[in-house]
Design a protein around this ligand. Structure first.
Ligand code: SF4
Length: 117
């Protein structure tokens, strides 16, 4: 039984959400690599494969979709999106009130770090 089999069998949509890619091991010429592939378009993110993994520390990690897909923060402005451009026009700034913020950036970088506190 390959070490990945429990994780594969745990998947409720095996064959769609997770498949195995077979590749010849050219170094030995006798063995194969069995590489599990998760297909983001079919995976539900249930995490059953991670729970079933037999390695001490699970070899597969199921992340929340917004983390895995790298969702941009709300502060990110897409230059090609007209509605985002409008958000930029309407944005307000907050003036810093620390002593060091009164200096020019280059001066503050060269100043004594005690000015920060
Ligand atoms: S997280 Fe995705 S790949 Fe893993 S068991 Fe669930 S559906 Fe299958």
């Amino acid at each position: 039984m390959p070490v990945i089999e429990p994780a594969l069998r745990a998947c409720p949509i095996l064959g769609e959400a997770i498949t195995v890619e077979y590749a010849k091991n050219d170094r030995t010429g006798k063995h194969a690599y069995l590489t599990p592939l998760v297909h983001a378009d079919a995976c539900t993110g249930c995490g059953l494969c991670e729970k079933a993994c037999v390695t001490d520390k699970a070899s597969i990690f199921v992340l929340p979709k917004e983390v895995a897909m790298g969702k941009a923060g709300s502060y990110y402005i897409k230059g090609w999106d007209k509605s985002d451009e409008k958000r930029l026009e309407e944005a307000s700034s907050i003036k810093s009130t620390t002593e060091i913020s009164k200096e020019k950036a280059i001066d503050s970088l060269n100043s004594n770090m005690e000015d920060l506190y």
